[in-house]
Structures are given as C-alpha cells and as structure tokens.
Ligand binder design. Structure first.
Ligand code: SF4
Ligand code: SF4
Length: 56
C-alpha cells in the first residue's frame, strides 16, 4: 500500500517538499510517488490543492 498521485495533478510541486521520506518526484505528465518508499503519512494529500494524492 502507498499513496498514488492521480491525473488531477497540476504539477505544482507543493507535495515534493512535504514528503518526509522524499519519495515524490516530477514525472512526465504529473508528479509521481515511489510506492516502495511511501510510508502513507498523508502529508502530500494535506498540501495538494487538487486532492490528487490518494491512498491506493
Ligand atoms: Fe510521502 Fe507521505 Fe505522501 Fe507517502 S503519503 S508520498 S510518505 S508525503
Ligand atoms: Fe500534483 Fe498535488 Fe503534488 Fe501539486 S501537490 S505536484 S498538484 S500531487
């Protein structure tokens, strides 16, 4: 289980700085989460303006 960034992502970058394990990075069309590193803290979802990161 990990959080997953859905297509609503507008690539604002706000979540990347908030992730305590630095597992968020810019992808080709949206930001992406490394599911192997995510600890499901929810910090990315809390700062996202479009509610794109959700638990999978
Ligand atoms: Fe990082 Fe937490 Fe979001 Fe997982 S849920 S990507 S650990 S901020
Ligand atoms: Fe995308 Fe939300 Fe992260 Fe911004 S905060 S890069 S919109 S997932």
């Amino acid at each position: 289980m990990a959080y997953y960034i859905h297509d609503e992502c507008i690539s604002c970058g706000a979540c990347e700085a908030e992730c305590p394990v630095s597992c968020i990075s810019a992808g080709d069309t949206k930001y992406v989460i490394d599911p192997e590193e995510c600890i499901e803290c929810g910090a990315c979802a809390d700062v996202c303006p479009v509610d794109a990161p959700k638990p999978e």
